[in-house]
Design a protein around this ligand. Sequence first.
Ligand SMILES: [Fe+2]
Length: 440
Amino acid sequence: MSKKEHRKTDQLTAGFLLNKFKISINPALAYQLIINCIGLFLIFKAVTNFEFQAEMLWIYIFWAIFSTLTEMKPITMPNNDQLTISFAVHISALILFGAPTAILISTVANIFTDITGRRGLKKLFFNISQYAITIYLAWLVYQLFRWNTGPLQLKTDAPAMIISCLVYVVVNFILVSTVISLSQGTKLLRQLTSDLMLELIHFASLVPVSLLIVILYNYEPVSIVILLLPLAMAHFSFENYMNLRTETRKTIEALADIIDQRDSYTAEHSQRVAHYCSMIADELGLFGNSYETLVTTARVHDLGKVSVPDSILLKADSLTPEEQSVMDGHAEVGFKILSNLNFYKYGALYVQYHHERYDGKGYPKRLKGPDIPLGARILAVADSYDAMTSDRVYRKALSREHAIKELVENAGTQFDPVIVNVFVNILQREKALDKKNEDT
Ligand SMILES: [Fe+2]
């Protein structure tokens, strides 16, 4: 059999077909297909239920433009979620006109935004679908909990509106977080809770705006134009705040990288330590702020070495007591720098205590056991492991097995035994995986 014929036969084997089948049932794709089917069905129902009234044409055009404006300039959050102010339009539209019209307004706005923003058909279909589902469920709940059947009565319908807003936010969070989690392989709980407080504040600030849109529209439809400016101002203020956070984080990380690179042996040390911390945090089930604070702080934990001169930092021989004291001072210096920044205000403590020992013989405060913050205990294990498995000016890198042995031997004295146990399990799993990959 020629090579060409062999390849042809291979392509007909069950393995080949299975591989092909596996690609077609990629979980992220399957999830998007399900959401798209439900969403497109709701949009189809909205189109068929929509009763066009010629005298309302200008009102339709106005709402389509209003909604499109609120879809523009989304704010990309660190967890890749994109925030817009369209929530206010969706809630007010579903209260004023019902679910079918609100779904159509949202769909048209997303199509317009896509034409100008070029987000791609895949994203467009998912967006219009997830919005259709979210709006429909929020509207169902609004109908279920309200007392009246006519226009909104503030005194009696406010609870129904608030519950409807809550349902909108929860459904939107779940639908969007799930697609990001499946596409990027991140844990769903971590995705859901990442930047949760900021996103909740963003949505909560838009609830009164939605109510104001409904009240103003019932009074005089065109009058809602006056809300455009405060809405835009609120959106850009939030965007500026997020930009400031991102710029602060990136600047401090760049500085930490430059400090790592002063010693060629420690280049990328902080990045690896952050990676180990993220694995330990995942295994311990940390999420939300606890997870984010740990990983972002680990990334810059040796920032205080900015105060250590090259003559000490790069010295190949052992340090004198005075030199050691300057070197040890990096934990306090790092704390002083980071505690001034709002973004690192909780993580600064992890930096201050990342050289404390579980038995109380560390520095700078000689804290003991659980008195040392959990983040600092995790950081100490990850930091020491990376230091052991990297070449240093005064010694060669230890093997993974040797470093694991060191961690286990020092569990309960230098390190928190629970964290060592968790980390060793992760490393053993990695080792087994590497062996399996080598064998295949
Ligand atoms: Fe350190």
